[in-house]
Write a protein that binds this ligand. Structure first.
Ligand code: ADP
Length: 266
């Protein structure tokens, strides 16, 4: 195969990373980056060593979600090679295209450029020893997905979807892609985000704004684990925008994301 799991000098890539987990979605805006960020922090809170690559080239949101928008990674020389030092926040080592481009500029990435950026994030960043390296993929299917599986041995993929029909249709394509022969990445399971809304004044009511249990049915159809549902909560959006992942605050969302981390760690 064309698997490139070594560097030019034949040392294996990421030899000290135990699990590489891709976070994928069919559609944009379903909460893939929110899930990736909270999952990363939840895993770190459980004592694991965690890294997160933001490979969502056209819409990198990790710098905002971790409140490190102004940070620029340092570079050091090692054995004649430049190594990028990841930004560390909330116990998670981070690398994002957002650190390398001005946040308000529209960077148009051709497929090969985006792919070489991901390769750089894998091969030229000092990740060190990690229990989990999460990769926040762009929505849909792209060159990046192919580059990822050709560059590193991906342990498994988590699919994030909302319960509505249009999101599920795209999530189905995403799921099928991971199962294709040339990709062949195990599906760790499906996360149903924005599963329901419960108003504060009506704590026993659940409103299924985007439809009910679509993610659960998707998991059943493909015979993969259902990893759980995350409700629509204003504080999840607020904490994403303010750079403090929701899992850091005690409450219903902390529980949902911690349980997700437990299922992924299993
Ligand atoms: P994607 O990575 O799939 O494009 P994001 O994670 O960036 O999606 O989420 C899109 C928007 O929806 C963000 O503003 C985020 O804060 C918000 N969001 C995601 N999940 C939830 C949720 N469960 N409750 C409330 N807001 C959410």
């Amino acid at each position: 195969t064309s698997q490139v799991t070594t560097t030019r000098d034949n040392t294996p890539l990421l030899p000290n990373v135990k699990n590489i987990i891709a976070i994928a979605s069919g559609k944009g805006g379903v909460g893939k980056s929110t899930t990736a960020s909270n999952l990363a922090v939840a895993l770190a809170n459980s004592g694991a060593k965690v890294g997160l690559i933001d490979a969502d080239i056209s819409g990198p949101s990790v710098p905002t979600m971790f409140n490190v928008e102004a940070e620029q990674p340092a570079v050091k020389q090692e054995n004649g090679k430049n190594l990028i030092i990841p930004i560390e926040q909330y116990g998670v080592k981070l690398m994002s295209i957002g650190f390398l481009t001005p946040s308000d500029s529209a960077v148009v990435w051709r497929g090969p450029m985006a792919s070489s950026a991901l390769k750089q994030f894998i091969g030229d960043v000092e990740w060190g020893a990690l229990d989990y390296l999460l990769i926040d993929l762009p929505p849909g299917t792209s060159d990046i997905h192919l580059t990822m599986v050709q560059t590193i041995p991906v342990t498994g993929a988590v699919i994030v979807t909302t319960p509505q029909k249009v999101a599920l249709a795209d999530a189905t394509k995403g799921l099928s892609m991971f199962r294709q022969a040339q990709i062949n990445v195990p599906i760790l399971g499906v996360v149903e985000n924005m599963a329901y809304f419960t108003p504060e004044e009506l704590p026993n009511n659940k409103y299924y704004l985007f439809g009910k249990e679509g993610g659960r049915r998707l998991a059943e159809k493909f015979e993969v684990p259902f990893l759980g549902e995350i409700p629509i909560v204003q504080s999840i959006r607020e904490s994403g925008d303010s750079g403090f992942p929701a899992v850091m605050k005690a409450g219903i969302t902390e529980k949902a994301f911690s349980e997700l981390a437990e299922s992924v760690a299993r």
